[in-house]
Design a protein around this ligand. Structure first.
Ligand SMILES: C[S@@+](CC[C@H](N)C(=O)[O-])C[C@H]1O[C@@H](n2cnc3c(N)ncnc32)[C@H](O)[C@@H]1O
Length: 482
C-alpha cells in the first residue's frame, strides 16, 4: 500500500475522472474542476457561472456501510432494512433480511470474517463487526478504486482506526501488518471525508456513512453555496444553492446551518480537526442573526464573544460589560441540559420555557430558541391531542410565525436553497390551508404560493416526501451538511 504521493490538482482530477467514468457519472464539459484551495489542500471550483438548483456533479460511494457508532446491530448489512432480520445463515455474526441471505456482496465479507475470526460470536462481537464493516469493505475494492481512496485526505492521530484495533483485540482477528495499515488509513479517510446518508425502507430509516470521492474534495463553509442529496441508488447529487460565479470555490457545510458559531466551531474541531475562519465565523453577530448571543444580565443587550475563534471573554454590545467565558459556559450548560430533557415533552412545557426562562437568558434568535421553535413546529399537527384539527386558530398562527422566524434567519445566513427551508415552507402551507378552512370571510395569502415555493426546493430531494409525511427529522439544520 502506498498513500497517494502526487496530490496535484491535475493528477487527482485524472483519478477522479476515471472513477466517475467507471461508474457512468463522467459528463462532458463538467462545470467543476479541482484546484489548490486557499484553505489548504485541494478544493472544487466552478468552471462557469452556476444558477441555484443547477447540478454541479454527481458522485458514487466508493465505500458505504454502517456508521462506526452504529446504535443497533439489528440491520440487514446488505440493504439496511430493519424488518425481517435474521442472523446470516453462514453464521458470520452479522444479520441479513430474508431477501439478502444470498447477496454476493455479503458473501465476500462473510467469508473474510469466518476465515479470520475464530472466537465465539457474541452480541458484543457483532457490535465490533458492524462498526468496522465500512472500512473492512475497502479490502474488496478493485485496485483502481483502492487508488481513489489512497488519494483522499486522511487526518493523522492514533484514535483513527480504533474499529480495527477492537476487531483485532476482541475478536482475535488476524491481519498482516500491511493490511492493518491500509485499514487504519481507510478509517482515517472515512473519519475525514465520509458523509452521513439515511436509507429509508418504509417507515424504517438507517443512518450510514458513505465515502464519495469527489464530494470529499469540496471544502466547508458555514454558509455553503452548494447542497447535496442522495438518489435512490445512494448516488450523491450536488447542486448550487445560490448563484455561484465562475472561479468561485464550491462549499458544502459539514455542520448544521442553524447552529451558532460556538457549536459549529466545536463540532468542526472535534470531528474535522480544523478551525473555520469563514466570514460567518469571524463575524460575532453571524450576519446580524445573533444566533450565538446570550442576554446581558445588566441591560438585556446582546453578549457576544469578543473573538469567536478563541476561548476568550464575551462582551455586551449595549453596556460593554465583559462576561467571562466560564460564566457564559454556565448559562449554555444550563440551557443545554433543559433542552435535552425536552425529548418527550409536551407543547405547554416547551412553550412556557421558551417564553419564560429561556427568553430571559438569550435573545429570540439564539440557536436554542430556534431549536425549540423547530421542536414545537413539528410537534403541533403531528402529536396525539395536537393534531391539525385540534389546534386552535391562535396556535396555528403561532406555528406559522415560528416557521417564518426561522426562514428569516436562513435568509440572513445567505444559504439559498436548503431542505429545512423547503420543509418550513411546507408547514406554512399546511397552517395556511387549515386557517383558510376555518375562516369565513378573510382568506390568508394563497396557500398554493407556499406549496409552490416548498416544492421548488424539495423537488431535488428524493426523500423529501417521506420526510414531510413521516420524518420531521433534520430539524435543527439543513440536513445536507453533516
Ligand atoms: C473533506 S476534506 C476537504 C478536501 C481537502 N481540502 C482535500 O485536499 O482533500 C476536509 C478537510 O479539508 C480541510 N478543510 C475543509 N474546509 C476547511 C475550512 N473551511 N477551513 C480550513 N480547512 C478546511 C480540513 O482539513 C478538513 O478536515
Amino acid at each position: 500500500m502506498s498513500i497517494g504521493s502526487d496530490r496535484s490538482a491535475s493528477n487527482v482530477s485524472r483519478i477522479m475522472d476515471s472513477f466517475l467514468e467507471r461508474h457512468h457519472l463522467l459528463v462532458e464539459d463538467a462545470p467543476w474542476e479541482l484546484r489548490p484551495s486557499p484553505l489548504g489542500g485541494l478544493g472544487v471550483f466552478a468552471k462557469r457561472d452556476l444558477h441555484p438548483g443547477e447540478v454541479i456533479f454527481r458522485d458514487y460511494p466508493v465505500i458505504m456501510g454502517p456508521r462506526c457508532l452504529a446504535e443497533s446491530t439489528d440491520i440487514c448489512v446488505s440493504c439496511y432494512r430493519k424488518q425481517d432480520i435474521i442472523p446470516c445463515n453462514k453464521k458470520c455474526g452479522l444479520s441479513l433480511c430474508t431477501n439478502c441471505q444470498t447477496s454476493p456482496d455479503h458473501k465476500r465479507e462473510c467469508e473474510f470474517i469466518r476465515q479470520r475470526i475464530n472466537v465465539e460470536i457474541t452480541q458484543e462481537l457483532t457490535h465490533y463487526l458492524i462498526n468496522s464493516l465500512a472500512p473492512l469493505r475497502s479490502i474488496f475494492l478493485s485496485t483502481q478504486d483502492k487508488e481513489v481512496v489512497l488519494y483522499l485526505k486522511a487526518h493523522k492521530g492514533h484514535h483513527h482506526g480504533f474499529e480495527v484495533d477492537l476487531l483485532m483485540d476482541k475478536a482475535n482477528c488476524k491481519m498482516a501488518q500491511e493490511e492493518k495499515e491500509f485499514l487504519k488509513f481507510v478509517c482515517a479517510v472515512l473519519d475525514t471525508n465520509a458523509f452521513e446518508l439515511v436509507v429509508r425502507n418504509g417507515d424504517d430509516q438507517t443512518s450510514l456513512r458513505g465515502l464519495y470521492p469527489l464530494g470529499s474534495l469540496a471544502n466547508h463553509r458555514c454558509f455553503p453555496n452548494a447542497f447535496h442529496v442522495f438518489d435512490d441508488k445512494q448516488r450523491m447529487v450536488t447542486r448550487a444553492s445560490v448563484f455561484i460565479e465562475k472561479d468561485e470555490e464550491i462549499f458544502h457545510s459539514y455542520t448544521k446551518i442553524l447552529w451558532g458559531t460556538s457549536s459549529r466551531l466545536l463540532h468542526l474541531k472535534e470531528t474535522k480537526h480544523f478551525v473555520c475562519k469563514c466570514e460567518r465565523c469571524v463575524d460575532p453577530t453571524e450576519f446580524g442573526t445573533y444566533m450565538n448571543a446570550i442576554s446581558c444580565t445588566r441591560c438585556k443587550g446582546n453578549v457576544l464573544p469578543i473573538l469567536p475563534q478563541k476561548n476568550c471573554d464575551w462582551r455586551c454590545e449595549g453596556c460593554m460589560k465583559v462576561v467571562s467565558v466560564k460564566e457564559v459556559g454556565k448559562t449554555l450548560t444550563l440551557i443545554g441540559s433543559v433542552m435535552r430533557s425536552f425529548r418527550n415533552c409536551n407543547f405547554n412545557v416547551m412553550y412556557s420555557f421558551l417564553k419564560g426562562k429561556l427568553s430571559q437568558m438569550v435573545p429570540d434568535s439564539n440557536q436554542a430558541v430556534l431549536e425549540l421553535k423547530c421542536k414545537i413546529i413539528w410537534y403541533l399537527g403531528y402529536t396525539p391531542g395536537f393534531e391539525w384539527k385540534d389546534l386552535p386558530l391562535e396556535t396555528l398562527v403561532l406555528k406559522k410565525r415560528f416557521c417564518s422566524d426561522i426562514i428569516e434567519i436562513l435568509v440572513k445566513l445567505k444559504v439559498g436553497l436548503c431542505k429545512i427551508k423547503g420543509l418550513l415552507l411546507y408547514e406554512i402551507y399546511l397552517c395556511t390551508e387549515e386557517i383558510n378552512k376555518r375562516k369565513v370571510n378573510t382568506v390568508e395569502k394563497d396557500e398554493v404560493d407556499y406549496l409552490k415555493e416548498a416544492i421548488d426546493i424539495l423537488k431535488f430531494d428524493a426523500s423529501a416526501s417521506k420526510l414531510i409525511t413521516a420524518g420531521r427529522s433534520d430539524l435543527n439544520g439543513n440536513g445536507y451538511g453533516s
